[in-house]
Design a binder for this molecule. Structure first.
Ligand SMILES: [Zn+2]
Length: 100
């Protein structure tokens, strides 16, 4: 079967960031399959560094605009809490450790 997916002629913004062609923002943005949307992560998990607090964006351009806006004023991604998965894992380990 023919694959009709069009290949963009222009490199994506994400590729340009990775290639160092445009300024890399302090917030990651990418297409999230689970959200079925472009997302910007505004926080990271304090246990595993996972991306948290995702902002959904219409497309890559909007996501990049969002990270630029977020990066302004020296903002950076904070790690103030743990994501569900890491928290559960942490609790499991804690129960194990507490039995010493
Ligand atoms: Zn995590």
């Amino acid at each position: 079967m023919e694959n009709n997916q069009s290949v963009p002629i222009q490199p994506s913004l994400l590729e340009q960031v990775e290639n160092g062609e445009i300024e890399a923002p302090d917030f990651p943005f990418y297409y999230c399959n689970e959200e079925e949307s472009w997302v910007v992560s505004t926080e990271k998990c304090m246990l595993g560094g996972c991306d948290m607090e995702l902002i959904r964006c219409k497309n890559e351009a909007e996501a990049y605009e969002k990270v630029l806006a977020l990066s302004q004023g020296g903002n950076y991604r904070r790690a103030r809490k743990a994501c569900r998965a890491c928290f559960d894992e942490y609790n499991d380990r804690l129960e194990f450790v507490e039995s010493y």
